[in-house]
Design a protein around this ligand. Structure first.
Ligand code: PEP
Ligand code: MN
Length: 244
């Protein structure tokens, strides 16, 4: 279980969420500090100043820490801060140059690296990103399915395209596959059903955006849930999973 805010906002916010998540099934705390906004003009993350907040959250709660990295400088900062898990975001997986730069900066690392699917429904770009990391001898890998952009009218922010993730898995059956129902749905009321579908399809984990004050989050407010709701969601999923 990976949970935490879309963005680290303040040290107090990071610590408050981490302490509440410590009382849940969460093992990895996520918080973006470099935020890839599609258009300029909104909050772009606190930057490296947030790294000591995550270190403090880790030492106070024992949770592992995860951040998104999108270039060599991010990787270097994250490694210096000994962040446990690095993930490549959907807007980076589309770029072979960026993926290669990250792979080179991480070559030989035993850190956990997670690769989100590319924003667009292109299986080869997703496979290619994983292959570039493997060629750089990065072997603690997993992937995150967060859905795909589309012009179709759908209730989802990013269309699930479940078959595409199943096709991905047929190429890399041993890589842990994690579902991100937060970015897939884009709305907190869709998280439960998407998560249940992921569990029914034998996904290995969930990444869920969690905030103590979701409505006032500095990014992705509509899709975040409180740690209390997260706890309830996991309990209900477990019950339903036992039923099937
Ligand atoms: C995020 O995890 O906050 C994020 C920006 O996700 P994605 O790369 O899936 O859009
Ligand atoms: Mn987000």
């Amino acid at each position: 279980m990976i949970a935490g805010p879309c963005s680290a906002e303040t040290e107090e916010q990071v610590l408050a969420i981490a302490h509440q998540l410590k009382e849940t099934e969460t093992s990895i705390f996520r918080a973006g500090i470099w935020k890839p906004r599609t258009r300029p003009g909104s909050f772009e993350g606190v930057g490296a100043v947030g790294l000591p907040w995550l270190q403090r959250a880790r030492s106070e709660t024992g949770l592992k820490m995860a951040v998104e990295v999108a270039n060599k400088a991010h990787v270097e900062e994250a490694l210096k801060a000994d962040i446990d898990v690095l993930w490549i975001g959907a807007r980076s997986t589309v770029s072979p140059f960026i993926v290669q730069e990250i792979a080179d900066a991480l070559a030989g690392t035993d850190k956990v690296v997670l690769v989100k699917n590319p924003v667009n429904p292109d299986l080869s770009l997703w496979l290619g990103a994983v292959e570039r990391l493997q060629k750089a001898n990065i072997n603690n890998l997993g992937v995150i399915h967060r859905g795909f952009s589309t012009y179709l009218k759908t209730k989802y922010r990013n269309n699930p395209e479940w078959q595409l993730a199943i096709d991905f898995q047929s190429h890399f059956p041993d890589l842990p596959l994690i579902l991100d129902p937060s970015h897939m749905g884009g709305r907190r009321d869709l998280i439960f059903d998407l998560s249940q579908t992921g569990l029914d399809l034998n996904y290995d984990g969930l990444m869920i955006e969690t905030h103590t004050d979701p409505d006032n989050a500095w990014s992705d407010a509509a899709q975040q849930i409180t740690p209390a709701k997260f706890k309830q969601l996991i309990a209900e999923l477990r019950v339903r999973s036992i039923d099937v």
